[in-house]
Write a protein that binds this ligand. Structure first.
Ligand code: FAD
Ligand code: NAI
Length: 476
């Protein structure tokens, strides 16, 4: 018999889970959230992959390494000279850890503020019946609790190369990649996706010789081709070696380092020696320890929990959100699903628009997009107009000293409705929000072209790209 009863129990305290718990509590449900992540001292560290080994620490390291590169290579342009420039990797990592802790503590505070009961431990399904589910909590707190509604938000884990387990010393997942204690002389990354480019950039900026090996023949296949080409040029100029179309063969963890054998796109056999290897070839949904079989919760062949468009599983009143279900593995997607599910439980009409989920790669230049790419529109047979505007012609970008890249608009040829916006350049992560709002409100490119944008600002490049759709840029 369960000793604590709740209206809603959320299993997993990442962005999908903790946000779902807060929204459920706001809606008046007696809510609990169970999360097993431990900090270095064994205490609770809610926030999941995102807070502990994902979005937040990677952005902290991207900022530190970007500051270092700016000081080393670009401060001179401003007349600022420096001598004895050095980077203390220990301090850089400690700062990142402090940023993570602030976020962990923030979530614990939010649980208290919203009266969400937090359990630190592993949650697993025990039984179903009588209009409620029993969930076992095992860890620093051991109990069995029950709930009418369960939201599963157990996230994802890094995918390893077959036969090459992560030891987080020489063969690193995203976890080890965020705590390399000293700059490796030679670093190899397998996979030039989002993690490959972000973590490759961090360690290159602080002095590592970085090679990225990618299986696909095209660089960033999901990104608009014109934008991906521009980004590839910029990364190559910076010294990131990216080899496309390779077939990775034997990977040997030799204790002192790692050797990676591979075949190039032209069929040549190659071998690289590196101090460390980061494997960033995607992530897999996580249901380890959840015991889905105990209640008959259905998983698909990838191990993801099967859900419908509204995050309902095959079981009544059991929902699943975030990385453990289909769709992009992004923190904001997980959060939106969490909110929508809590609202659906309350009888409201929670909604997530999958067409307007933005993507951002936090490299320099940043890459951000929403909606369809030019190649997708062609494949879908959609008639469209395109407009681009380079940051080179933007006054604020010149003042910043960062004129790489462009903003690109794609709009319906007949109705002018915006179908996609793609940015490579400074602060693309912030600029993309305007495009998301515009698309959510079904705006046309003319709507953006007629809106007054502050001068001088990078957002003027967005307005100009919208003007470019009608071939009437003012500053280019
Ligand atoms: P998670 O964040 O994985 O959280 C799941 C939680 O559930 C974890 O705390 C886990 O310990 C817990 N858990 C699992 N099973 C149980 C159980 N049985 N009982 C109790 N607790 C359990 N996304 C972005 O949008 N922007 C970014 O900049 C970004 N950067 C990233 C950088 C890196 C290096 C990585 C790896 C990912 C990044 N992501 C980013 C992706 C993002 O982290 C994920 O999409 C997001 O964390 C998914 O949220 P979630 O709540 O579904 O799962
Ligand atoms: P990814 O899916 O972005 O990229 C994986 C890359 O590895 C692909 O290009 C793929 O072709 C390649 N690959 C796969 N197998 C390979 C092999 N055997 N040899 C060589 N290349 C191979 O996955 P990644 O970078 O691991 O990130 C996982 C997920 O985490 C992302 O898809 C994203 O959802 C999330 N994330 C989001 C971030 C953001 O929003 N800024 C940052 C980091 C991660």
């Amino acid at each position: 018999m369960a000793n604590k009863q709740f209206d809603v129990v959320v299993i997993g305290g990442g962005p999908g889970g903790y946000i779902a718990a807060i929204r459920a509590a706001q809606l008046g449900f007696n809510t609990a959230c169970i999360d097993e992540w431990k900090n270095g001292k064994g205490g609770p560290a809610p926030g999941g992959t995102c807070t502990n080994v994902g979005c937040i620490p990677s952005k902290a390291l991207l900022q530190s390494s970007e500051n270092y590169e700016q000081a080393a290579k670009h401060f001179g342009d401003h007349g600022i000279s420096m001598s004895n420039l050095a980077i203390d990797i220990g301090k850089m990592l400690a700062r990142k850890d402090a940023v993570v802790k602030q976020n962990n503590d923030g979530i614990l505070y939010l649980f208290k503020k919203n009266k969400v009961t937090f359990f630190h431990g592993r949650g697993s399904f025990a039984t179903a019946g009588d209009g409620a589910y029993e969930i076992k909590v095992a860890g620093s707190q051991e109990e069995t609790i029950s709930a009418r509604h369960v939201i599963v938000a157990t996230g994802s884990n890094p995918r390893a190369l077959p036969g090459v387990p992560f030891d987080e010393d020489k063969v690193l997942s995203n976890d080890g990649a965020l705590r390399v204690p000293a700059v490796p002389q030679k670093l190899v990354l397998i996979g030039s996706g989002v993690i490959g480019l972000e973590m490759g950039s961090v360690w290159r900026r602080v002095g590592a010789e970085v090679t990225v090996l990618e299986a696909l023949p095209t660089f960033l296949g999901a990104v608009d081709e014109q934008i991906a080409k521009e980004a590839h040029k910029a990364f190559t100029r910076q010294g990131l070696k990216i080899e496309l179309g390779v077939k990775v063969g034997e990977v040997r963890n030799e204790g002192q380092g790692v050797s990676v054998s591979y075949t190039t796109a032209t069929g040549q056999a190659q071998k690289l020696q590196a101090d460390r290897l980061i494997v960033s070839i995607g992530r897999v949904p996580n249901t380890i320890g959840l015991d889905p079989e105990a209640v008959g919760l259905a998983l698909d062949e990838r191990g993801a929990i099967v859900v419908d468009a509204e995050c309902r599983t095959n079981l009544p009143n059991v929902w699943a959100v975030g990385d453990v279900v289909r769709g992009p593995m992004l923190a904001h997607k997980a959060e939106e699903e969490g909110v929508a599910v809590a609202e659906r439980i309350a009888g409201q009409h929670g909604h997530v628009d999958f067409n307007t989920i933005p993507w951002v790669i936090y490299t320099s230049p940043e890459i951000a997009w929403v909606g369809r790419t030019e190649q997708q529109l062609k494949a879908d047979g959609v008639q469209y107009k395109a407009g681009t505007f380079p940051f080179m012609a933007n006054g604020r970008a010149r003042a910043l000293g960062d004129t790489t890249g462009m903003v690109k608009f794609l709009a319906d040829a007949k109705t002018d409705e915006i179908l996609g916006v793609h940015i490579v350049g400074p602060m693309a992560s912030e600029l993309i929000s305007e495009a998301v709002v515009a698309m959510e409100f079904k705006a046309s490119s003319e709507d953006i072209a007629r809106i007054c944008h502050a001068h001088p600002s990078l957002s003027e490049a967005t307005k100009e790209a919208a003007l470019a759709v009608d071939k009437r840029t003012l500053n280019f």
